[in-house]
Design a protein around this ligand. Structure first.
Ligand code: ADP
Length: 435
């Protein structure tokens, strides 16, 4: 049995009842149209949970709700659905798919015992084409629906945005706690390791040890291992220093040629061992730069050291400098460090600057920092980037790609602006380059 609660609570069963129902909705509808709609209509009483039409199905009928409630929803996957809204007596459902002659954009399901009037597509379209009243009614309904879904989308976006902001703050807090922990641990561990290194070196200089080949090997092992540990702790401290907001730079006059001479001397044995050449071009002609010599030395050391690590024996590394006019930084010093190594895949060019990021198959330890592909802890470029950014500069990597057979090479470009704040060091201080 069907009930017409929309009108007066009495059952809706005859064609007259249906005409009366449509008249209450569309009072200006012509008599012929009213009759045609009523003739094509079929009254259906549905229990809760009945799916009237499904998202993706072809639209073949329109439904007018007489009594009860329908839920409009979207299927996200097999198990999850997204509620869009509820609709009730006097509303039409399913007209969109008919108007655009396409598939249903949502699923419609009864949420309580519901009475609907179903009208087939053809009859509905016939009346719609000639009835401005029906057209107007649908237009109003579609506009309402658009406004509702706009408001719903905005509310959902706002909620998602709040959740993301909250998660971001939480992540930043966790990241800071982690950085603090790493920094404190590295600091605490570096001090005893430094004394260990001192004692180990004293031991290896001891005449008794030097006279005993077996003891000599053991002591060398201790010295090498302790040096490695010391280097790792230093790198971690450097990274946490450059990752901290407001990295303090102690500016003084810096000669890039002196910096690179220092790097060449320190890495000389490695270059020789690996049969690599380090060319320098134009560095001596660069103006004296106002920067932090200690940090800059470390940054360029990392870049040249990477050139050594990722270039097969017999290759070439070149460091060149010039003064350029950059669209972003104005007049600046540009230093390019390029190599004839294995290159970098395009998708890694930005990622390699993230801390602990490494590409490809590298030896995952820092036992030999200048061995071919002897990957370090993945901190070198983070230190270099942090330093360059703290100087107001830019750093990026360029490479045709990664290929260990053809070795296309990599280029690291560093730009440091020349219009820096006045040097803090006294006027008579001589240019510094190394630590
Ligand atoms: P790592 O200690 O692993 O060398 P870095 O931060 O210095 O850490 O470098 C990150 C990654 O970037 C390296 O593991 C390597 O994959 C890639 N990379 C850095 N420099 C070069 C280079 N000159 N040629 C090829 N790949 C490089």
């Amino acid at each position: 049995m069907c009930y017409n609660a929309y009108m007066d609570g009495s059952p809706i069963s005859s064609q007259k009842d249906i005409e009366g129902f449509f008249l209450s909705l569309l009072s200006d509808l012509e008599e012929d149209d009213l009759r045609e709609l009523a003739e094509a209509a079929e009254v259906r009483f549905l229990p809760p949970g009945t799916v009237i039409c499904r998202e993706g199905d072809e639209g073949d009928a329109v439904y007018a709700i007489v009594e009860g409630e329908l839920e409009i929803l979207q299927q996200l996957d097999d198990e999850n659905e997204r509620h869009l809204h509820y609709t009730g007596p006097g509303e039409f459902v399913g007209e969109m798919a008919i108007l655009k002659q396409g598939a249903r954009s949502a699923t419609v399901r009864t949420s309580q015992p519901t009475t609907i009037i179903e009208i087939g597509r053809e009859s509905f379209m016939k009346v719609l084409k000639r009835s401005p009243t029906l057209g107007f009614r649908l237009l109003v309904r579609l506009t309402d629906r658009l406004r509702d879904s706009d408001q719903q989308a905005i509310a959902e976006l706002r909620r998602a945005n709040e959740e993301l902001t909250c998660a971001l703050k939480q992540l930043a807090r966790i990241d800071k706690t982690k950085t603090d922990f790493i920094q404190v641990s590295a600091h605490e561990l570096r001090t005893p390791v430094a004394s260990l290194l001192g004692y180990a070196q004293m031991l290896s200089d001891n005449s008794n040890v030097q006279e005993n080949p077996q003891l000599q090997v053991l002591t060398e092992g201790i010295v090498t291992g302790t040096k490695r540990l010391h280097r790792v702790f230093n790198s971690i401290l450097d990274v946490s220093r450059v990752m901290t907001d407001g990295l303090e730079i102690r500016r003084s006059p810096v000669s890039m040629a002196v910096i690179f001479d220092g790097v060449a001397v320190e890495l000389g044995p490695a270059l020789e061992e690996r049969g690599l050449t380090l060319e320098q071009e134009g560095l001596g002609s660069l103006p004296i730069y106002s920067g932090d010599p200690d940090l800059l030395y470390k940054a360029f050391y990392q870049l040249v050291n990477n050139g050594i690590k990722y270039t097969p024996n017999g290759g070439r590394i070149k460091a060149s400098g010039q003064v350029i006019e950059s669209p972003d930084l104005g007049q600046c010093i540009e230093i390019v460090i390029e190599d004839t190594g294995i290159g970098i895949a395009p998708e890694d060019l930005d990622l390699i600057f993230a801390k602990f990021y490494r590409t490809g198959e590298v030896a995952l330890h820092s036992s030999s920092t200048t061995k071919f592909k002897g990957g370090g802890p993945g901190l070198g470029l983070t230190i270099a980037q942090g330093t360059v950014l703290a100087h107001g500069g830019l750093i990026w990597a360029e490479s045709p790609g990664y290929d260990e057979e053809t070795c296309p090479g990599s280029r690291f470009v560093v730009q440091l602006p020349l219009n820096q704040p006045a040097m803090e060091a006294s006027a008579d201080s001589s240019p510094e380059g190394a630590r």
